[in-house]
Design a protein around this ligand. Structure first.
Ligand code: FEO
Length: 497
């Protein structure tokens, strides 16, 4: 068995070559519509549950959940969510990831149908979060000869979650290890902290499919359509794909960038994420979104106006500034009530827009609670490189402007433009002049591309990379007692590079 696992020099060499993000921008050759659609209409297993053919021997066996209200018990998902899983049929059979326990009935019907009486030889576990792993124990009971292929970190977490010890039936893989199952050879690519430490991706060198774990995923149940080219993705899926990425993975931009660098060196033809549609066309489009999101570069020169208002004065000011910005020629302006817009929607929109106007009452001598939650969530998700403008309201002692500014200024590459407008209860005529000046400053900044990301200055020092999560420490020396701020690993887990 162990002979099947061997280092793949080409991948290591490719990764060492680091084509970089610039290469990711030239992704025209990644996808081939003809190749991707070659298996369209294959009748095998059609009409069985949610099974669909991805290629002639890779089958989608995932399941959508339309009953769930809150993903991770936090994020509203009125469109539901799909838990994606795939079976590869070759001399050996392979299941790539499993599903949430809520949908195991349909899942095992799908798997049973596709295996069509064959044994399951391998289960590849790319990600241990329970929405993809809570069916693993049942897989191992149903298929007693199945060997789990995963990382050491995933095996540990599997045991923590489910008391499932796989030490006698697992192959633990590292970066560049391979598994051959006949025609197909899989290469394992580590993706630590995208968005958990144990995450890896699996690349099939034959089909060009990259089983990418949560990367390139989206909220939203599948509706018979499996492929992104079968739906109007930009219109119907992009907002949920963005909301999914920014809220679930958004904090870990540097780690995503590291994986995108690797992706730029691999001939990917199909992206098979663990949620949402599969990509077989125009891969460069979705990867470009990831380049923007992970580098905290705005997608659009656009303004979001977010207000927190109790009796309408702050809302009136927000509406006024939005109208004035629009009148100044900015087409993309959207206004949000922070009290009734779920914070995950606001986080997604903040990742999209170049400019953010914040208008808040003063509440308990501080920022209005929903607005404070939003700003702290922005900080937690590491949003960077945005222009902010501020409006405060307070009937006797306005303080929210100063306090919002303190949070905003903690965001890397953030700037505050114009003067904070202060309103006492309701906007006065004089306030309208101040709002007009603020709107003009925002419009000027939008039209001059004011939120362009700040180029990081070269540190001039050495770099150490955390082997567990990919965090990069820069400095003259790595302190002996250093702890990784992302995953908590000690200095012994860092390597210079
Ligand atoms: Fe879809 Fe990180 O689990």
């Amino acid at each position: 068995m162990s002979k099947e696992i061997a280092r793949r020099d080409f991948l290591k060499a490719a990764v060492a070559g680091v084509a970089g993000i610039a290469a990711v921008g030239t992704l025209g050759g990644f996808a081939s519509a003809e190749e991707g659609k070659a298996f369209e209409g294959k009748p095998k297993f059609a009409g069985i549950g949610s099974v669909r053919a991805v290629t002639d021997d890779i089958y989608y066996v995932g399941v959508s959940d339309r009953r769930i209200q809150l993903f991770e018990n936090v994020y509203p998902i009125p469109r539901g969510v799909a838990y994606n899983s795939y079976v590869v049929l070759d001399e050996k059979t392979v299941l790539v990831d499993t599903v949430d326990r809520s949908v195991t009935g349909q899942f095992f019907e799908n798997v049973t149908a596709v295996l069509d009486g064959r044994e399951l030889d391998y289960l590849i576990v790319n990600h241990m979060e329970p929405d993809h792993s809570s069916a693993i124990s049942e897989v191992l009971v149903r298929y007693p000869n199945c060997t789990v292929v995963t990382t050491a970190a995933a095996a540990l977490i599997l045991n923590q979650f489910f008391a499932c010890d796989i030490s006698d039936r697992s192959i633990l893989v590292k970066e560049g290890d391979t598994l051959s199952i006949g025609k197909h050879t899989f290469v394992f690519v580590q993706a630590p902290m995208v968005h958990w430490p144990e995450v890896m991706m699996t690349y099939d060198t034959v089909s060009g499919a990259l089983f990418s774990a949560d990367a390139f995923g989206s909220f939203g149940a599948l509706n018979g359509n499996l492929f992104a080219d079968e739906v109007d993705f930009e219109k119907d899926w992009l907002p949920d794909a963005r909301r999914y990425y920014c809220n679930i993975v958004g904090k870990y931009g540097p780690q995503v960038q590291a994986v995108l660098e690797k992706a730029g060196t691999i001939d990917i033809k199909i992206l098979c994420p663990t949620h949402g549609p599969v990509w077989r066309e125009n891969l460069g489009w979705i990867i470009d979104k990831y380049v923007h999101w992970s580098s905290y570069t705005p997608e659009d020169e656009a303004v979001m106006v977010v207000y927190g208002s109790v009796y309408g004065g702050t809302e009136s000011a927000a509406n006024a500034v939005a109208a004035l910005i629009s009148q100044a020629g900015v087409a993309d302006v959207r206004v949000y009530d922070v009290s009734k817009t779920h914070v995950s929607e606001l986080i997604g929109e903040a990742f999209r827009c170049s400019h953010i106007v914040l208008a808040s009452i003063t509440y308990n001598m501080g920022i209005f609670t929903p607005m404070k939650n939003f700003l702290l969530d922005l900080e937690a998700h590491n949003l960077q490189n945005r222009c902010f403008a501020l409006i405060e309201n307070g009937s006797w002692s306005p303080a929210s402007g100063k306090l919002m500014k303190e949070i905003v200024e903690r965001l890397s590459g953030a700037s505050v433009i114009g003067d904070t407008v202060t309103i006492m209860s309701s906007p006065s005529a004089a306030d309208h002049d101040a709002l007009a000046a603020l709107a003009a400053a925002v419009a000027d900044s939008v039209q001059s591309g004011g939120a362009a990301p700040v180029e990081a200055e070269a540190s001039g020092g050495k770099r150490w990379v955390c082997k567990l999560c990919g965090y990069v420490y820069e400095g003259d020396e790595l302190p002996e007692d250093y702890k990784c701020p992302v995953c908590g690993a000690g200095a012994d887990q860092f390597e210079e590079g």
